[in-house]
Design a protein around this ligand. Structure first.
Ligand SMILES: [Ca+2]
Length: 94
């Protein structure tokens, strides 16, 4: 459990490269490298962009840690409801 939380935090920090927010490009890399098997459409950059827009509460074009946690929470929720399958969950949309 602690290891999982640490992974969530460290993945964000290393993807953000010392910045406070993830750029669109770094967000895409993170999603594709770390969430490819539980999210569908991660190979599509337009789908990832749409997902990022849905997460981007303050609409600054970047993903803050809080916004990233929204995605993590969404995925955790999907898993708990067993909606996440091998074929992947739909990306969160607003
Ligand atoms: Ca944002």
């Amino acid at each position: 459990m602690e290891g999982a939380i640490k992974t969530v935090v460290m993945q964000y920090l290393s993807s953000a490269r010392g910045k406070e927010n993830l750029s669109g490009k770094n967000f895409q890399k993170l999603v594709q490298s770390q969430m490819g098997s539980i999210l569908s459409d991660t190979d599509s950059s337009s789908a990832v962009k749409d997902m990022m827009k849905g997460l981007d509460d303050n609409q600054d074009g970047k993903v803050s840690f809080q916004e990233y946690l929204t995605l993590v929470g969404y995925l955790a929720n999907s898993m708990s409801e067993q909606k996440t399958t091998a074929s992947g969950a739909d990306a969160p949309k607003h």
